[in-house]
Structures are given as structure tokens and as C-alpha cells.
Design a protein around this ligand. Structure first.
Ligand code: ADP
Ligand code: X2W
Length: 293
């Protein structure tokens, strides 16, 4: 940016005006994936962008992940992560690690950085204000019809109470949500962060849901970026195996959010500096747009 001529810099800033006006007062849910926060430079850029969005009048709500960070912590205690359809099998010891990595380290790191850049972030887990109620997830076993795979303490969201998030937004705070849900008896559950982001976006009637990850967006079998996907095209990608691993819950949640009225849903490359600003404040198409039909 500093190498650009002043005229071009000014044009880029002026280009942002209609978007600032359009999204003023609107809720933007940002899923910040663990794969997009592996470098310090990216984390700082992300925090600055979130603060900028808040200062120009938008209401960013951050839902963070931390899959790679959980993997690192598990390695230190001699464990390795096992995933089934993008969900981590979570035994009791893993759940403890998930709680301190997500609800502790990762969340507090993001809160601190946002505050460092002049924002007022507040970290929440599902326990705070009864935000995320969950129960044990039952995942059907594809190979054994009628049977389920035991994923341990992986949670399915039963309800979301957005009151605490709304109160914080009204008070100029930036909520930073960890994907940990709780049952009535106080059991913690590990929930995929894409699923939480999708449901939070729906319940808050967000204008936008942006999922920041470590690919340019959704890729086809030849690794080419798919800039735009309809529900029907997504079904085909699921069926022919183009989508796998962590992209399964991501696209599933993105599509659900689009169908439930979130105006625009995007999967973007969080490894590109200021990718959030590029998506929200410029004309340039960026990543994959998920359409409801
Ligand atoms: N069709 C696809 N297009 C892009 N990425 C895909 C696709 N299918 C599977 N993936 C995988 O999904 C990953 C992103 O999901 P995930 O690892 O959960 O990231 P995050 O931490 O951002 O949620 C990519 O790094 C890639 O390995
Ligand atoms: C059930 C389940 O898989 N939970 C995820 C929660 C973190 C997450 O979703 O992180 P990313 O967004 O970085 O992938 C996990 O344990 O990795």
C-alpha cells in the first residue's frame, strides 16, 4: 500500500464509501479459522481490520477456531487428533485441552490484540449468558446404517441465547466467541467453530457471514477457485467427493446460513493480509460466495 501513488490510494479509500454506508449498523459475523491465525502478522492484521470495521459503524462478531492450536497442545501431552467428517473425536482429556486452548489461549490472544489496536473486545464461551446450549452429537455411521459413531464430547447446538452478544454490541464492544457449548448439567462440549459461526449469524440476522480459512476459497478437483456456488452445485461437490475434511462443516454451515436469510456468505483466504477489508470494502470479488439457491 505504501508503494502506491497517492491518487490510487485515494481512489481505494473512496471506493470504500458505498460499502461503509451499506453496512453501517449491520452485523457481520466473522469466523476466524485456526489456519488463518498461524502467523503473528496475520493475527495483528486481523485485529486491526476488526477494529476498523467497528469504528466505521459496523457490528463485527468474531467466532474463532483453533484446530491447529489444539493439535499442537495435544502433541505436547503425547496425543494426536483424529477427525471424522471434519469433527475431532474428543475424549475427556482432549476436552480439557480444547477448553484451555480455545477458551483460554486463542480467545484471549484475539481479545488482547483487538484491544491493543483500540477496540473493546470481550471474550465469551457458550457458558457466558447461557450463549450456547449443547448436547452430545450423534453422528450416523455411513457404513453401518442405523448405527452412530461415538465422537465423545463433540457437541450439537440445541439452542443459542444471543442476549449477551446483543447487549455487548449495543455497548460498542466486540464479542469474541469460543466454540464451546454447555449442557444443563454443566458438561462442556467441543463444537466445530464453523457450525457455531453459522448459527450465530442466523440468530443475529447478520448481514454477512465471512469464513476466513487457509485456501483461496472452495476449490474444484483441479484446485481452481469456485467463485460462486449455488445449493445445487454444493450438493454435487459433496456427492463427488470434491469437498472433504474441514471444508465439510464449513460449506454445510455456510449454506444453512445463506438459506436462513444471511444476505451474503463468503469463504475467503485468511492468509492474505487485510482479506476482511478486501471482502467487505472493495468491489473486487474475493473467495467463494455461497448462494442459497
Ligand atoms: N474443495 C475444497 N476446497 C478447499 N479446501 C478444501 C476442499 N476440500 C477440503 N478442503 C480442506 O479444508 C481445509 C479448510 O478447513 P479447516 O482445515 O477446518 O480450516 P479452518 O481452520 O479455517 O476452519 C483446507 O485447508 C483444505 O485442506
Ligand atoms: C468438534 C470439532 O472438530 N471442534 C473443533 C473446534 C475448533 C475449530 O473448529 O477450529 P478451526 O475452525 O480452526 O477448524 C476442533 O476440535 O478442532
Amino acid at each position: 500500500m505504501s508503494k502506491l501513488e497517492p491518487k490510487i490510494k485515494a481512489e481505494i479509500l473512496a471506493e470504500a464509501l458505498p460499502y461503509i454506508r451499506k453496512f453501517h449498523g449491520k452485523t457481520i459475523v466473522i469466523k476466524y479459522g485456526g489456519n488463518a491465525m498461524t502467523e503473528e502478522r496475520l493475527k495483528h492484521g486481523f485485529a486491526r481490520d476488526v477494529v476498523l470495521l467497528k469504528l466505521v459503524g459496523m457490528n463485527p462478531v468474531v467466532v474463532h477456531g483453533g484446530g491447529p492450536q489444539i493439535d499442537n497442545a495435544l502433541r505436547k501431552v503425547g496425543k494426536s487428533g483424529t477427525f471424522v467428517q471434519g469433527m475431532r473425536i474428543t475424549d475427556e482429556e482432549t476436552m480439557e485441552v480444547v477448553e484451555w486452548v480455545l477458551g483460554g489461549e486463542v480467545q484471549q490472544d484475539i481479545v488482547m490484540l483487538i484491544n491493543q489496536y483500540g477496540g473493546q473486545a470481550v471474550g465469551l464461551t457458550g457458558k457466558d449468558g447461557g450463549l450456547i446450549h449443547a448436547e452430545k452429537m450423534q453422528m450416523p455411521d455411513k457404513d453401518k446404517p442405523g448405527e452412530f459413531i461415538d465422537l465423545g464430547y463433540v457437541g450439537k447446538i440445541t439452542s443459542i441465547n444471543p442476549a449477551v452478544v446483543k447487549a455487548l454490541q449495543d455497548d460498542a464492544f466486540i464479542p469474541v466467541i469460543s466454540p464451546i457449548g454447555f449442557s444443563d448439567d454443566g458438561q462442556a462440549y467441543n463444537i466445530n467453530a464453523d457450525v457455531v459461526a453459522g448459527e450465530i449469524a442466523q440468530i443475529l440476522r447478520a448481514e454477512k457471514l465471512i469464513m476466513m480459512t487457509n485456501t483461496p476459497g472452495v476449490l474444484d478437483k483441479k484446485e481452481q477457485l469456485l467463485t460462486d456456488l449455488t445449493a445445487h452445485e454444493i450438493e454435487t461437490l459433496f456427492a463427488d467427493g470434491t469437498i472433504s475434511g474441514g471444508m465439510l462443516p464449513k460449506i454445510g454451515s455456510a449454506l444453512e446460513a445463506a438459506k436462513s436469510g444471511v444476505n451474503s456468505v463468503h469463504i475467503i483466504d485468511g492468509r492474505i493480509e487485510h482479506s476482511l477489508l478486501l471482502e467487505i470494502l472493495t468491489e473486487q470479488p474475493f473467495g467463494t460466495l455461497i448462494r442459497s439457491h
